[in-house]
Design a protein around this ligand. Structure first.
Ligand SMILES: NC(=O)c1ccc[n+]([C@@H]2O[C@H](COP(=O)([O-])OP(=O)(O)OC[C@H]3O[C@@H](n4cnc5c(N)ncnc54)[C@H](O)[C@@H]3O)[C@@H](O)[C@H]2O)c1
Length: 252
């Protein structure tokens, strides 16, 4: 029996690397999965992979900053699978590097809108479903840059620090409803996303240098395994936590 048998997961950004790996793992562990992303082709592919592997998945194309569209997506998930009791929130905007004074205001707003407000919007619609289901687990993807600073990423750091505190706030307010909320803080993970701001994966490894104690980047599947624990009943007393998954990057 899978570790998520009987659960229904709503997974944003699941057309992407980390949430895609998480959606596939959750599907393989028995959850019914609603895959959500703004890019239709990618989210359809993730759902198709889960179904082809013998799992249960639907795909919904949706922008997490669109309150009405997110509510409709959550309602559709509950209609398809009977409830929503797990949420993995990972949508993020890929901005270019700027120090604060050089960052255009509309870029700042876009990062905060997708990376932080998007998680608020998703949470505000999954929480009533979790209350109706008798409980649930919300997993928000922050970053090590929600804990330590990164060069030339003021909006990303601010948003990811906000995600960390948003998760704690949900954990405190909704413990009474048997809802847990946690953040995952990945270190640098080998994903196409890194190539938006770096010329190559080798350049990323070079740049992070001695802080990569395992001499490698993380893998999306290693974040998915942490999410699996947080989604499962094994994490019944884990709430409000910062799950740093970075190969000791921030321990140095
Ligand atoms: N890759 C890393 O090294 C790393 C490190 C730390 C944290 N993270 C975080 O992990 C999460 C996943 O990152 P990834 O590396 O898999 O990136 P990714 O680019 O592969 O995935 C992000 C996904 O978000 C989707 N998306 C963007 N805007 C959206 C919107 N408005 N509505 C719905 N979907 C939207 C994109 O289409 C994409 O599929 C992000 O929150 C990121 O900040 C990544």
């Amino acid at each position: 029996m899978g570790r998520l048998e009987g659960k229904v997961a709503f997974i944003t950004a699941s057309g992407g690397a980390i949430a895609g790996a998480t959606a596939r793992l959750f599907g393989a562990e028995g959850a019914a999965v609603c895959c959500v992303d703004i890019v239709e082709e990618n989210v359809n592919q993730t759902a198709a992979d889960i179904n082809a592997a013998g799992g249960k998945a639907i795909a919904i194309t949706c922008d997490v900053t669109d309150d009405d569209a997110v509510k409709a997506a959550v309602d559709k998930t509950a209609a398809a699978f009977g409830k929503v009791d797990v949420c993995f929130n990972a949508a993020a905007y890929s901005e270019k590097r700027h120090r604060l004074a050089d960052m255009p205001l509309d870029m700042w707003k876009s990062v905060i809108d997708v990376n932080l407000t998007g998680m608020f919007i998703v949470a505000r619609h999954v929480i009533p479903q979790m209350q109706a289901a008798g409980g649930g687990s919300i997993i928000n993807v922050s970053s090590i840059y929600g804990v330590v600073g990164a060069k030339e990423r003021p909006a990303y750091c601010a948003a990811k620090g906000g995600v960390r505190m948003l998760s704690k706030s949900i954990a405190v307010d909704y413990a009474v409803d048997n809802i847990r909320a946690n953040s995952i803080m990945p270190g640098p993970i080998e994903t196409p996303r890194l190539l938006a701001r770096n010329p190559s994966i080798e350049a990323v490894i070079e740049r992070h240098g001695p802080r990569l104690h395992q001499k490698r980047l993380g893998k999306p599947e290693e974040i998915a395994q942490t999410a699996l624990f947080l989604a499962s009943d094994d994490a019944s007393f884990t709430s409000g936590a910062d799950m740093i998954v970075d190969g000791a990057y921030t321990a140095f």
